[in-house]
Design a protein around this ligand. Structure first.
Ligand SMILES: *[C@@H]1O[C@H](CO)[C@@H](O)[C@H](O)[C@H]1NC(C)=O
Ligand SMILES: *[C@@H]1O[C@H](CO)[C@@H](O)[C@H](O)[C@H]1NC(C)=O
Ligand SMILES: *[C@@H]1O[C@H](CO)[C@@H](O)[C@H](O)[C@H]1NC(C)=O
Ligand SMILES: *[C@@H]1O[C@H](CO)[C@@H](O)[C@H](O)[C@H]1NC(C)=O
Ligand SMILES: *[C@@H]1O[C@H](CO)[C@@H](O)[C@H](O)[C@H]1NC(C)=O
Ligand SMILES: *[C@@H]1O[C@H](CO)[C@@H](O)[C@H](O)[C@H]1NC(C)=O
Length: 329
């Protein structure tokens, strides 16, 4: 598993350049607050109500809902391509290895169904997903931000693109920088958005190599706190494919700045978390938030989410308004 993630990262630079080229032409950048003021004034209330009703019953859905938006935007831009089901003739993004544990599609589908009832054929799935992700973060006591709207849905969703373009838990700092930069996101956006790991869980196999066999010699990752490794080993056996652990133990349901405290103590779960200490700008940010109880984290996160939400969007007459988020019209 770790090996295939590593392979995925080898393709990243090449694939990112192709994506960058494609995005330049597609990104009209024309999203605005209040896009549906006249055509669907209740959209935000409907999406919020639907999202809250799911999350209040299952709070662990919040993190995957945030991830859905992130995984949508990183592949072909924020065009709802992550939501599309595979068909007989097409392996869609959601079937790709890096997306195998994504969940929460039912929340987006329910929000879409409710919105369609109020204003049929008007609101894109890509916009609904951006709103759901925002509402999920807010529901975990995180920041709230205005989501500029007006995205349209894409008509292409390819598993291979997800495999090639999504960052992996094994990425080092240079790879992470390239991946974000290729999409127009800064180094600061990268360290800020990594803070989303304050909520959610991870499968043992995504970091087990750091505990048991880091360089293939039965060794541990020297960049992880030894005491933390000992704790994690009690939860994760070397070939454990099923166990999940909290990324921010004790407050995985609270969107807060604890992630930075953990990373600064060398207790980030993934190599891609630990990598943030390997660069002067990102490590300065980690230490600042850790030492100031996240003085600017919420406002930074809101700003970076808005920026991420603009990646490669289809606007105007491009794309379509899908009737069902899982099916291209
Ligand atoms: C939409 O409505 C809000 C609140 O009334 C207002 O602040 C905003 O300017 C409007 N936007 C557009 C594009 O009409
Ligand atoms: C997607 O839409 C574009 C433009 O609207 C069209 O040229 C293309 O053939 C469509 N692709 C698929 C797979 O439907
Ligand atoms: C550690 O990794 C090496 C190289 O991939 C492999 O040959 C070895 O069997 C692994 N050891 C354990 C204990 O899994
Ligand atoms: C974990 O998954 C791998 C690959 O699918 C499989 O070979 C292995 O037996 C699994 N290990 C356990 C403990 O289930
Ligand atoms: C940090 O950089 C050092 C030196 O280049 C490297 O050995 C180490 O693997 C890096 N750590 C991470 C977590 O990327
Ligand atoms: C998409 O796939 C899911 C899971 O297989 C299924 O439950 C859902 O009904 C499908 N959606 C549509 C609109 O076909």
């Amino acid at each position: 598993m770790a090996a295939s993630m590593f392979n995925a990262s080898l393709f990243l630079l090449q694939a990112s350049l192709i994506v960058l080229f494609a995005l330049r032409s597609a990104n009209a950048g024309g999203l605005i607050d209040g896009f549906y003021n006249k055509t669907c004034p209740s959209v935000e209330a409907i999406v919020r109500e639907t999202t809250i009703s799911f999350i209040s019953r299952a709070p662990t859905l919040a993190a995957p809902l945030l991830r859905l938006h992130f995984h949508d935007c990183f592949v072909r831009g924020c065009d709802g391509s992550i939501l599309v089901n595979s068909t007989k003739n097409n392996q869609a993004e959601k079937s790709a290895l890096p997306n195998q544990f994504l969940r929460g599609y039912q929340v987006v589908d329910a929000a879409k169904a409710a919105v369609e009832k109020a204003c049929p054929g008007v609101v894109s799935c890509a916009d609904i997903l951006a709103l759901v992700a925002r509402d999920a973060v807010s529901a975990m006591k995180g920041p709230h931000w205005n989501v500029p709207l007006g995205r349209r849905d894409g008509n292409v969703s390819l598993a291979s693109e997800a495999f090639n373009n999504l960052p992996t838990p094994a990425d080092d700092i240079a790879t992470l920088k390239q991946e974000f930069q290729a999409l127009g996101l800064s180094v600061k956006d990268m360290v800020v958005l990594s803070g989303g790991h304050t909520i959610g869980t991870a499968h043992c196999f995504t970091f087990a190599n750091r505990l048991y066999n880091f360089t293939g010699k039965g060794d541990m990752d020297p960049s992880m706190d030894k005491n933390y490794i000992a704790q994690l080993k009690k939860k994760c056996a070397p070939t454990d494919n099923t166990t999940i652990v909290e990324m921010d133990p004790g407050s995985f349901k609270n969107f807060d700045s604890d992630y930075y405290t953990l990373v600064s103590k060398r207790r980030g779960l993934f190599q891609s978390d630990a990598a943030l200490l390997n660069d002067s700008e990102t490590s300065a940010y980690v230490r600042l938030q850790a030492s100031s109880h996240g003085s600017t984290f919420f406002q930074d996160f809101a700003a970076s989410m808005v920026k991420m939400g603009r990646i490669g969007v289809l606007t105007g007459n491009a794309g379509e308004i899908r009737r069902h988020c899982a099916v291209i019209n």
